[in-house]
Design a protein around this ligand. Structure first.
Ligand code: NAD
Length: 436
């Protein structure tokens, strides 16, 4: 099927390459010329496992192209909208200017029978507004939210847990849903559930999923606060809770909390939209979820300060991690970088390392020192903080080897991802989050 993907960021670039790998004929459109040139050369503009291979295969097969011109999307049967919906400046709501600009640019190229499938995460009600805007072109709007996880984006796009398509319950809506069924036939034949809803429900599924995940993470981090005050260990608590099949262990990892380009801005936008709908109190807990999350960053900084007996100025601190999560170079609202920046703000000599996100981090925060090699970041450090749970730190860093490099054997495990006993046995003073 001929299709366009409008907006080729983390979501759109992966979606375009994945759709080409399923045999579709795909044009990716982006306003960022440099990004289009990079993608056209078969180079992933960000770190995402398997994306480069998928891009090259699509380009070589002639099923994948990229362009800055919306005109090139004119013959597509489906236009996937994948532009960013960041937090609005000085507000909690989503900034929909990119959605509106993309829809306006696409308008002259929409034809009767073609489908505009929104994938961007939007406040409930946006799809109906977009449908209103395109009425008169004969095209149909559906909403098909995306649930991919960065670091697993290719896998999640080709083999998602579920596919949700929201559409109007009328002949045009049903035809559009059938078209989407064809798009995703390879996934559904492999067993992926395909759920059809109205437009509003499809938009809400995404917001509600992120609200739930954020709440689960903040729940265990709230328990970490109680554990800290009572002498309990939150990791043992999480293990014991997780064995309850009604609860489950996933997303019960306590640490410095969530970040990235989605969860923080999505829960704020969700709460802001609920307020507009006069139902702010229904999701008032999301404000607390956000506050608990941000407090964990304070806690990690405080642990370092306390470990150094309050003497932070000029002390060398190795910060292991900059990306908001492993297998990603995304530093948007990264708790890891936030901890590094705050320690620098307290006068520490902060040295950051990360296997993938150093370039992005250095561009955003040139005031920090960076080292490509983990061991170089550890060298002469008075304290070490693990803030992104990369395997390079979690599995591959030996406490004995690290001890030979540092000046002070103090380690703050901001992700509770290290073997505390092994580090203590090697002579380190180990501090976890929510642990004695
Ligand atoms: P991003 O910032 O990485 O990418 C957005 C892209 O859209 C950029 O390349 C930008 O140049 C392009 N763009 C902006 N205006 C445009 C226009 N008018 N025409 C064409 N291109 C335009 O953002 P992202 O992380 O890919 O997120 C995109 C959407 O997907 C957001 O709504 C986000 O919430 C949602 N989402 C993201 C993820 C994720 O893990 N990143 C997962 C699920 C859903």
């Amino acid at each position: 099927m001929r299709m366009s993907v409008i907006g080729c960021g983390y979501l759109g670039a992966v979606h375009a390459a994945a759709m080409a790998s399923l045999g579709h004929d795909v044009i990716g459109i982006d306003v960022d010329r440099e990004r289009v040139e990079t993608l056209s050369a078969g180079v992933a503009p960000f770190y995402e496992p398997q994306l480069t291979e998928l891009l090259r295969a699509g380009l070589e097969a002639g099923r994948l192209r990229f362009s800055t011109s919306m005109t090139d999307s004119a013959d597509a049967a489906v236009h996937f909208l994948a532009v960013g919906t960041p937090q609005a400046p000085n507000a909690d709501a989503a900034d929909l200017r990119y959605v509106d600009a993309a829809v306006d640019a696409l308008l002259p190229h929409l034809r009767p029978g073609s489908v505009l499938a929104g994938k961007s995460t939007v406040p409930v009600g946006t799809a109906a507004r977009v449908a209103e805007r395109v009425s008169g072109t004969g095209a149909t709007v559906v909403w098909n939210p995306e649930f991919l996880r960065e670091g697993w984006a290719v896998h999640d796009t080709i083999t998602p847990d579920r596919i949700v398509v929201g559409a109007a319950d009328d002949p045009a809506g049903r035809r559009a849903v059938d078209l989407l069924r064809d798009v995703y036939r390879a996934s559904t034949e492999a067993g992926t559930p395909f759920l059809v809803t109205d437009l509003a429900t499809a938009e809400l599924v995404k917001g509600a999923a992120n609200a739930f995940l954020a709440t689960k993470i903040s729940f265990i981090n709230a328990m970490a606060e109680i554990a800290e005050a009572s002498g309990a260990d939150v990791t043992l608590l999480a293990d014991a809770l997780g064995h309850d099949t009604r609860i489950g262990r996933r997303y019960l990892g306590s640490g410095i909390g969530f970040g990235g380009g989605c969860l923080p801005k999505d829960i704020r936008a969700f709460a802001a939209r609920a307020e507009e709908l006069g139902r702010g109190s229904a999701v008032g807990f999301l404000r607390e979820v956000d506050a608990i999350n941000l407090r964990r960053r304070d806690r990690a900084v405080q642990l370092v300060v306390d470990a150094l007996d309050g003497q932070v100025v000029g002390r060398r601190i190795a910060v292991l991690g900059a990306a908001f999560k492993p297998f990603s170079d995304d530093i948007r609202d990264s708790p890891a970088l936030d901890v590094a920046v705050r320690l620098r703000g307290l006068g520490a000599d902060v040295v950051v390392t990360d296997p993938a996100a150093l370039d992005n981090a250095a561009t955003a925060h040139p005031q920090l020192n960076y080292r490509v090699e983990r061991d170089e970041a550890l060298r002469d450090a008075d304290a070490v903080v693990v803030v992104t749970e990369w395997d390079e730190y979690r599995r591959e860093m030996s406490p004995q080897h690290a001890a030979e490099l540092v000046t002070g054997r103090i380690i703050v495990d901001g992700r509770n991802c290290l073997d505390a006993a092994a580090w203590r046995d090697a002579g380190w003073t180990y501090y976890g989050m929510g642990r004695r």
